[in-house]
Structures are given as C-alpha cells and as structure tokens.
Design a protein around this ligand. Sequence first.
Ligand code: SF4
Ligand code: SF4
Length: 194
Amino acid sequence: MQKITDSPIDFAEHIIEDVKNSKEEGVLKCVQCGMCTSTCPAAQHSDYNPRDIIERVLDGDISILEDDSIWNCFYCYTCHSVCPVGNSVCEVNQILKQFAIENEMGYDKLYEYMGFADSYFTAAIGAIPEIFFKDIKRDVPGWWEFRLHLDEIRDELDLDPPLMPSKEVIDEVSKILTITGFKDKIEKIRATQG
Ligand code: SF4
Ligand code: SF4
C-alpha cells in the first residue's frame, strides 16, 4: 500500500511523482489565483473547490482523502486548461482518489460505478450501467428514444453494425483484469457495500 508521510512537502511531492501527474511540478507553483474554481463546473453545483484542494495538498492536509467533495470532480479538464502556472487540479484529483482507494476510503463513491467494471468483463467495453439510465433520460431529452432506435437510425444512415469485441478479446481483457488485481478490487468494494 502506498504510504503518505506527515510532511506537507512530501504530500505534494508524492503527487508530483505520481505517473498520472504532468511533469511540470505545477502543484508547487500554484499561486492560489482561483481561476480553477471560477471555471470549474463541479464547483458551481457543489461545495467542491479546486483551489482549496491544492491549498490543502500544499498544507499536507491528508484529511482531504476523506473529504467527500473530491469525488465531485468529474475530470472535465477545464481547470487544467486555464491554470496560469501549468497546474492540473484534475490530475491531482485523480491521484488523490487513487490514494483514497489504496487506503480503503471512498468505496461508497465507487459502488455505483461497478456496472462499468462488469461491462469490461462481459463485453470488454465500458457500457453505461443501467443504474444511470433514469438520470440520463431526465437530463438528456431524446436520449432514450435514440438509444431504443439506434439500429434503425444506423440503417437509415447506411452505417455498418457497430464493431463489438469478439469472445477471444473479451476473454483476454477479463484475464488481464484478473491478473492485474482489478477483479479482486471490485469484489472487495462490492463486499464492503453489500
Ligand atoms: S488556477 Fe492554478 S494557480 Fe490558480 S488556484 Fe487553481 S491550481 Fe492554483
Ligand atoms: S476537472 Fe474537476 S476540478 Fe477541474 S474543472 Fe473539471 S470538475 Fe472541476
């Protein structure tokens, strides 16, 4: 399990060293200008605050891993594109969530996404889990009708049937996910929420 030390700078350096982080050390260059917060869609609809995330990382405030709000970031990369010093709160959030998961936190946040994981095993693709259908129907007018009539629409447009992974590919993907520990992690998350 990855360890996080008590030293503030070590916390930031753990972030910088992570393979997901752009190699520009932007975390340490943050000037707390707030551009990320003012443009972040998640911040407009919740108490999530990207500028505050970076401040807490620089303060070595490891309690941030237990903060519900980090799960409100949905990786749109808006903050990444506007930061004047090349920082990416988006990437920092991905790393924070990974730290949280490695320390067995946030499983309740992941639970509703288990349908995505299942689709990798059964179809080798990331299909939208049924649990989200109700919300998408409400938020995206016409989406359900489009989904129901997709084959007819493809026919009308003279498109070939969608390319789906073969059984051989599905078996291979399942094997990789199992060998790399993904399957065990999914089962562990399910067990804690069951
Ligand atoms: S936009 Fe960049 S420099 Fe400004 S507060 Fe956000 S992370 Fe820091
Ligand atoms: S990636 Fe996350 S933090 Fe950045 S703007 Fe989008 S929702 Fe906000």
